[in-house]
Design a protein around this ligand. Structure first.
Ligand SMILES: Nc1nc2c(c(=O)[nH]1)N[C@H]1C(S)=C(S)[C@@H](COP(=O)(O)OP(=O)(O)OC[C@H]3O[C@@H](n4cnc5c(N)ncnc54)[C@H](O)[C@@H]3O)O[C@H]1N2
Ligand code: MOO
Length: 423
């Protein structure tokens, strides 16, 4: 996997080698935490826009959203039955039925010893102070007889008992979950202010890439990164522009990058390593993208490149499919969450345990392709697959994600607590 490049002797060798001469600092791998901090540094949520609620699902509130009305908006019944005066009602007492009140319909006034039939949700009529539910009555055709008594206020939902007009229902940083959308919609809030949707431009590079459905060709592979990376970023609320695959050609790469730099995030897959056909880094440079770092202490995903031009965040993902997935989940998604204004932007890792021992994770934090199985007490147990490698999409297909063995952790015993990246 070329990790020998980190050994001191080979470092010197690489420097002396000529065409791929790399400055000293670039040969040091960035620790994951430091690299992620560099990505997130200075990212501001995108400018807010006002959108109708149906377009706000899953987005993040930029300005407080306040209730337009009280909730409930008026006193109303929680039960189907009769609106009555509690003092009139006792078992055996007959009341004259003076009307039928439906939710959203007209109301009336209840006098002494009268009742109005009422449906759940209808406004309590003037004069009534309680609801006699239909199960506690007999008859009802002109006259209704109570079979129980009621106390004042029974089954009445009071105006404002839940929310007062002007109450803040969602604060900046709150994610518009289904729960919050329910609160806002009910309280008459039609629009909210949220950061605009981040635009991600995605470029895959490589002469070897075949589109899905094309006949196999010698030396060529089916392209999977565009599908997978696009799914990952869409799931976190980005709008994706997929550019046509770019051949291993400097000018073509540069043109695609230049176009992609109009987005909030540009992702280029492949061509960030040290091969002679890896044009991506020189093309970034030619387009005026400032490198922030190249190469991270993770496996897979080591040659990950990150830079910026203006406010555009630029990621060069290693082309190996698993490296591209790890790079996206661990770096691109946090950046995306940050642009969306999310309060927690860290990679979504969960705690679990190893089902079997794992070998030493040399000098890189290692993402072990694993089956993740919940045990009896709900703990996720990771069973690393036998085949491990950044090209092992078949093994990935049999798994549910990765168990993470931090660099320097040595061999880990079965049962060791680990973090998991679920896919
Ligand atoms: N001399 C060295 N060689 C390599 C090193 C190194 O340190 N020294 N690092 C290796 C590591 S680790 C990785 S990861 C790869 C990353 O290389 P690139 O980012 O330049 O990616 P490519 O060479 O273009 O592709 C790598 C691999 O992935 C396949 N690929 C590319 N794009 C796609 C795609 N869209 N869908 C599916 N598969 C894709 C490509 O065919 C290659 O097999 O570099 C190592 N080399
Ligand atoms: O190990 Mo590379 O880092 O195959 O992605």
């Amino acid at each position: 996997m070329g990790e020998g490049a980190q050994a001191p002797r080979q470092r010197r060798g690489l420097r002396a080698a000529g065409p791929h001469h790399v400055a000293d600092r670039r040969l040091t791998l960035k620790d994951f935490d430091e690299a992620l901090a560099l990505v997130l540094e200075g990212i501001e949520p995108l400018a807010p826009e006002t959108v109708p609620l149906p377009r706000a699902e899953g987005r993040v509130i930029a300005e407080p959203a306040r209730a337009a009305i009280d909730l409930p908006p008026f006193d109303r019944t929680a039960m189907d039955g009769y609106a009555v005066r509690a003092a009139d009602v006792a078992p055996g007492v007959a009341l004259q039925v003076v009307g039928d009140l439906a939710a959203g319909g007209e109301t009336l006034v209840i006098g002494p010893h009268t009742a109005a039939r009422i449906s759940t949700g209808a406004a309590i009529p003037e004069g009534a102070d309680s609801i006699l539910k239909v199960e506690d009555t007999e008859g009802g055709d002109g006259v209704v007889t109570a079979t129980a008594s009621v106390r004042e206020g029974l089954h009445i939902r009071r105006r404002g008992e839940d929310v007062h007009a002007g109450d803040v229902l969602a604060r900046p940083g709150d994610v518009l979950t289904v729960a919050r959308l329910s609160a806002l919609a009910s309280a008459g809030v039609a629009t909210v202010s949220v950061p605009r949707v981040p635009k991600v431009s995605l470029i895959v590079t490589g002469d070897e890439l075949l589109p899905p459905g094309a006949p196999p060709e010698p030396g060529k592979i089916y392209e999977s990164n565009s599908l997978v990376v696009a799914s990952l970023v869409r799931a976190v609320g980005a709008e994706v522009e997929q550019q046509p695959p770019v051949p291993d050609d400097f000018e073509a790469t540069k043109a695609a990058i230049e176009h992609g730099l109009e987005s909030d995030i540009l992702i280029v897959s492949g061509g960030v390593s040290v091969g002679p056909h890896d044009h991506v880094k020189p093309a970034f440079e030619a387009c005026g993208v400032d490198e922030v770092f190249w190469r991270v202490r993770i496996k897979p995903g080591k040659p990950l490149w990150f830079g910026r031009r203006g406010r555009t965040l630029v990621f060069g993902l290693p082309g190996n499919p698993l490296s591209a997935i790890v790079g996206t989940a661990m770096f691109v998604l946090p950046a995306l969450r940050s642009l969306r204004g999310e309060p927690n932007v860290q990679p979504r890792l969960v705690k679990g345990r190893l089902g079997e021992p794992a070998g030493p994770s040399d000098n890189r934090t290692t993402f072990l392709i694993s089956k993740l199985v919940e045990d009896e007490d709900g703990t996720l147990v990771a069973w690393p697959t036998e085949r491990q490698g950044s090209h092992m999409t078949g093994a990935l297909g049999e798994s549910d994600g990765f168990a993470i063995a931090p660099h320097g952790s040595g061999s880990l015993p079965a049962g060791a607590e680990v973090q998991l990246l679920r896919l």
